[in-house]
Design a protein around this ligand. Structure first.
Ligand code: ADP
Ligand code: ZN
Length: 721
């Protein structure tokens, strides 16, 4: 029913809901997307049920009229309920959640035809170094002047100069060009008996209401093939599907597989989209025309017209946890969206999180299992290399027995993968003469040497400096040493050991776009690579039949720091990277370098006793009332002024309410005591499961005031602490 006045949640997170007068002839209902005047400006907003959002009463005569109604479908009730839940649970403004639903105003109100530019291949008459750099970086790309300038790291003026010089040509893009329709019967696979049973269990749930299911299958067992059947069934029932992937680098291999199964690509949604692509995808999602969307966590909040299934692939991945803004966990919000939309949610993983297994154990989630690898491939054997018994030579990192296996694999013409979860050449540079360590000026972190890029870089804030020639402290030259290995250093070692081997480094530095990921996959498939050195980026999703040896360079790395999830995370990571080996008809083997082969994680990996490891970890969590048996939340107080951050944190600490079943620790410096130039203090809250800790924190923080230079953020269910 059209409303005479409307309560509007604008995209301005600093403001609560505001009331407006609805002009005659404008049909506003809950969910309508509107343009609202805010002071001298105009802002997008969404009309909400007034009774659900208390606001100051304003008399009719003092209301300003809405400036416009945007011609897009209203935000549906299920998504409004999800937005409310997310704002409540993660203690965030509703406006911040709305920003994820309506992420681009050009998608909503911008022109249908967008102007972009692409290289013509003609060199401009005057080729400055800057123009040369710009043209090299944007080869094969297309976008607005602003997007291309950002891509090439030059000014927009340089780009416009290239347009005028005829090196770039203008292209008009139709922002509403339709997407092709995936065909559920394009190329169905022959499923094994076990796969067919699993697929039947998943397809049977489509159209039948809320149904969270853990699809739990060893690496290479065909989880993707199986959930593709559930997607096919949703398509047959004319419903939309969302597939969440943890990493944008994984989208390209996924698109290829999807196309082979369904005859065309799904709609992709991630931060790398050009604004014209974003507009086209958003509108197709909202109209229902986009049948299958694959995306990073942010695609979870899009306004699907007719969602019938959500799949979270690699559901154990920590990158589903958003660490800025609304600090939500996409895996958990996916389940909540399934709840409000009354649809099935599939969480696929070979190494599910303890939280997820627990939900299965208490009967909240169903479980569908795949126990065998496809086509008779066997699970790789995992063996530990005890570095105390079989140490690498001085200044080296690969044990002789691992080197021998790499040699054997080269001789056999098979591919190998060395895994080390550390980008760059060395994590620390220090002066041998005075002990000076190169630290980031903005963060409590070492500057990591990136030899390939000729610089030191902070992995937290992006600060870079040229490689130093002398120590800034004592002035000594030739005294600087690189400490510890990163993937680049391991690649150097491989190059020295095997000068003829064809190697590649796979990290976010070398695979920064879906296109680069596709090129890596192509080179692997074509047999153009022998040894790959990679970070966690290679632990996921890939399927290389000729990859038969995996070496874990430092299995102890993840266990340092004593984090609650350290052991679980190490187990998952090593199990996942091990799962890359022997996926074809040749058996795989995995060698794990460690100083402590008796550590429970290593012992469980070697003996293959995953269930035993999980059971022990779960018991330890239960004994300590840690998640999922208890709740955690962190309050992070940050400011550029250290004393101010400490002062506010102390006041928040003093104001802590005395509540049964809740303990407050701190304030103390947060694990990253300084980040991007802000000093960070943390209070950690440990509470019983049954306590509504959000309610407590809301009341608590509501009673403390702080200045505008201080930021107070709450991290509910923090991933690491
Ligand atoms: P997971 O996701 O469990 O690691 P995948 O779905 O990636 O497993 O399957 C591993 C490989 O085996 C893929 O290359 C996939 O195409 C192939 N595969 C799995 N099941 C089948 C099947 N029934 N028919 C043909 N190929 C299959
Ligand atoms: Zn930094």
């Amino acid at each position: 029913m059209p409303l005479p006045r409307a309560r509007i949640v604008t995209l301005n997170a600093a403001l609560g809901p505001l009331d407006y007068r609805v002009p005659d002839g404008m049909a506003v209902e809950p969910g309508s997307v509107v343009v609202a005047p805010l002071g001298p400006r105009q802002m997008l907003g969404v009309a909400w049920e007034a009774e659900r959002l208390p606001s100051e009463e304003v008399g009719d005569n003092r209301l300003r009229p809405l400036a416009g109604l945007v011609e897009v479908p209203p935000v549906r009730p299920a998504l409004r309920r999800l937005a409310e839940w997310t704002a409540d649970y993660y203690l965030s403004p509703l406006a911040s959640v709305l920003r994820m639903i309506l992420p681009s105003s050009s998608a909503l109100a911008g022109p249908r035809t967008m102007v972009e530019y692409r290289p013509t291949g003609n060199a401009p008459a005057r080729l400055t170094p800057q123009r040369e750099q710009a043209l090299a970086r944007i080869e094969g790309r297309q976008g607005t002047v602003r997007e291309l300038a950002a891509l090439a790291e030059v000014s927009e003026a340089v780009m416009r100069g290239l347009v005028n010089a005829g090196a770039l040509e203008r292209v008009e893009v139709d922002g509403d060009q339709p997407f092709p329709e995936p065909d559920p019967d394009f190329a169905p696979p022959q499923l094994s008996d076990e796969q067919r049973e699993a697929a039947a269990s998943l397809t049977g749930a489509i159209g039948g209401g809320f149904d969270p299911t853990l699809l739990d299958g060893v690496t290479g067992s065909g989880k993707t093939e199986v959930y593709f059947e559930a997607i096919a069934e949703a398509l047959r029932q004319d419903k939309q599907v969302l597939v969440l992937l943890p990493e944008i680098a994984l989208t390209e291999p996924f698109l290829t597989r999807f196309t082979a199964r369904f005859g065309c690509e799904p709609v992709a949604w991630h931060s790398d989209l050009r604004s014209s692509q974003r507009r086209r995808a958003w509108r197709a999602i909202a109209s229902g025309e986009a049948r299958v969307t694959v995306g990073a966590r942010s695609s979870l909040f899009l306004p699907y017209a007719n969602l019938g299934l959500i799949v979270v692939d690699e559901a154990h991945e920590p990158s589903f946890k958003q660490e800025e803004g609304v600090q939500y966990h996409a895996r958990d919000v996916a389940v909540m969206r399934g709840h409000f939309e009354e649809i099935p949610v599939i969480l696929a993983s070979a190494t599910p999180a303890i939280e997820t297994r627990h939900m299965v154990e208490i009967g909240r989630y169903r479980e569908v299992q795949l126990t065998e690898r496809h086509a008779g491939a066997s699970m790789p054997a995992i063996r530990a290399i005890d570095l105390t018994q079989d140490p690498p030579p001085r200044g080296r990192w690969l044990a002789p027995s691992l080197v021998a296996e790499l040699q054997a694999n080269l001789d056999a013409g098979e591919q190998s993968l060395l895994f080390l979860n550390r980008r760059g050449f060395a994590p620390l540079t220090l002066c041998r003469h005075c002990g000076h360590r190169f630290q980031c000026p903005n963060c409590t972190a070492w500057m990591v040497e990136h030899r390939l890029m000729h610089r030191l870089a902070c992995h937290h804030c992006g600060h870079v400096m040229p490689p130093p020639k002398a120590c800034p402290e004592c002035g000594e030259e030739d005294s600087l040493v690189a400490c510890g290995p990163g993937v680049e250093r391991i690649a150097d070692e491989v190059a020295e050991l095997f000068p003829d081997a064809r190697t590649a480094i796979v990290t976010s530095d070398t695979i920064w776009s879906p296109a680069r990921a596709a090129e890596f996959v192509r080179a692997m498939d074509a047999g153009e690579l022998d040894i790959v050195v990679g970070t966690q980026l290679v632990t996921k999703g890939y399927h290389f039949p000729n990859l038969t040896l995996v070496g874990v360079v430092d299995a102890d790395l993840g266990l340092q720091g004593g984090d609650l999830r350290a052991a679980e995370r190490s187990f998952q990571q090593i199990q996942q990277v091990a799962g890359r080996a022997g996926r074809g008809d040749k058996p795989g083997r995995v060698l794990v370098q460690t100083h402590d082969p008796d550590a429970p994680v290593i012992a469980a990996l070697v003996s293959g006793d995953g269930p035993g490891f999980y059971a022990a970890e779960t018991e330890a969590r239960r004994d300590a009332a840690m998640p999922p048996f208890g709740r955690l939340a962190a309050i992070i107080v940050s400011s550029e002024d250290k004393a101010e951050a400490e002062g506010v944190a102390r006041r928040i600490g003093h104001a802590a309410p005395k509540v049964d079943d809740m303990a407050v620790f701190g304030p103390a410096p947060a694990p990253l005591a300084m980040l991007r130039g802000r000093h960070r203090q943390r209070l950690l809250i440990h509470a019983a499961r049954k306590l509504d800790v959000q309610d407590v924190i809301r009341d608590w923080l509501g009673g403390v005031e702080w200045g505008s230079k201080v930021r107070v953020a709450v991290d509910v269910d923090p991933y690491s602490f």
